[in-house]
Design a protein around this ligand. Structure first.
Ligand SMILES: *Cc1c(COP(=O)(O)O)cnc(C)c1O
Length: 400
């Protein structure tokens, strides 16, 4: 690759395809290896001293397939020093936290973070002597005031992947930096092509590659991309605790990366069409989708993001959980399932009120009578077909 920065779609084609990892194939072959053989003892002993990325050592430090994916993700994030790979997105979040915290420390967790990240903070970390407190990510002054002597890090998610609240990352990172905190962001919704996390002051950007990068609902994988201040610690701690991803999964992720740009473009365009239609329906009290003009967080999205994805949450106008479930069950093109980011659309009744300590549900500005939510992932189907399906769902909601 030349040093000149290319347009994103060109980058997605080129990234990670270094000659030494691919040639003569287009894609890096799947290097399945635990053991790398050395030429002689001197080479083996020299190998022990090499402690850098991209060097054969032992399978636990990866091989060319993993290096190609890590390299691609590092280049996609301006300001990054390196990327570590993990078997799931959740493992990536856990390792990012463990790389910046130790016993006696405190982490502040944005209250719009999704449930499993919250559980790491309040259950796993607490058992290791690290305390966690939740804060309202819309209240920057409140966040600054909450930073205590033991606070070392802050975990953000933007937007929250269930409740879709967008926060002011530059303002929060400025407040965090003023007190020397490490800033961790779960950037899975927009990904590096939609939000340049490190440029906005984040130190460690967490991605569930399971979502858009995989893109085909057949892969679990995570990554953390970090700046020069945090990458050495992240790498050391991750290798120490035996974290590595399989070459097969990394090859699938690299394949997904090549088409991610067009898939996301299509998913965003379709999601906007669907969201505008949903917004016009009286059965729906609110469409929470930051890319949609008029949706909460749209102004911050417009200021800070260059893209997004087709994940949104709708809040139904009144009624109850039974009616919400009738809507979801009446859909035929939308599967009912966890995760998102694949080619196929999904719907899931969601319960953000169960996973919030300080933020209200529904979000401020929405009548509290309206609180039954459905999360929608808009895939690659024709939007008119998805709308027809949702029309059937709304009829079932009205009838129940
Ligand atoms: C799915 C998801 C994760 C976790 O990824 P897995 O690969 O499922 O472990 C982390 N953060 C967000 C925002 C997610 O949506």
């Amino acid at each position: 690759m030349s040093d000149e920065p290319h347009h994103l779609s060109t980058q997605l084609v080129q990234l990670g395809r270094r000659a030494e990892w691919t040639e003569p194939a287009v894609n890096p072959p799947i290097w399945r290896a635990s053991t790398h053989l050395y030429e002689n003892s001197a080479a083996q002993q020299a190998g022990l001293k090499v402690n850098a990325d991209g060097h054969f050592h032992y399978g636990a430090r990866g091989g060319p397939t993993q290096w190609a994916l890590a390299d691609a993700l590092t280049v996609l994030e301006p300001g990054a020093a390196g990327t570590m790979l993990y078997p799931t997105g959740l493992a990536a979040a856990a390792m990012a936290l463990l790389s910046v915290l130790k016993a006696g420390d405190e982490v502040l967790v944005a209250d719009n973070c999704y449930d499993p990240s919250r559980t790491i903070a309040v259950q796993a970390l607490r058992d290791y002597g690290i305390s966690a407190r939740f804060f309202d990510p819309h209240d920057v002054a409140g966040f600054a005031a909450a930073i205590g002597d033991a606070t070392r890090a802050v975990l953000l998610e933007n937007p929250g992947s269930v409740s879709m609240e967008v926060c002011d990352i530059p303002a929060l990172t400025a407040a965090a930096k003023a007190r020397g905190l490490a800033v961790l962001l779960d950037n899975t919704w927009a990904g590096p092509t939609g939000f340049q996390a490190l440029k906005h002051g984040v130190d460690l950007s967490i991605l569930a590659l399971t979502k858009h990068v995989g893109g085909h609902s057949d892969l679990m994988l995570g990554a953390v991309t970090a700046n020069a201040a945090c990458y050495p610690r992240l790498r050391r701690r991750s290798l120490m605790l035996g974290q590595m991803a399989s070459p097969d999964d990394c090859a699938l992720a690299l394949r997904g990366l090549r088409t991610m740009g067009v898939r996301l473009e299509r998913s965003c365009a379709s999601a906007l069409t669907v969201a505008e239609w949903l917004q016009s329906r009286s059965e729906i009290a609110a469409v929470l989708f930051p890319m949609l003009p008029g949706s909460p967080g749209h102004e911050l999205w417009k200021r800070d993001f260059t893209g997004g994805c087709g994940l949104m949450t709708i809040i139904m106008a009144g009624k109850d959980a039974k009616a919400r479930d009738a809507l979801v069950d009446a859909l035929s093109l939308f599967g009912i399932g966890y995760s998102w980011g694949g080619f196929e659309s999904l719907a899931l009744g969601s319960h953000p009120e169960r996973d919030r300590d300080v933020l209200p549900w529904p979000p401020r500005g929405i009548d509290p009578e309206n609180r039954f939510a459905v999360r929608l992932w808009i895939g690659l189907e024709e939007p008119a077909d998805l709308i027809a399906d949702l029309e059937r769902g709304l009829a079932a909601w009205a009838d129940s």
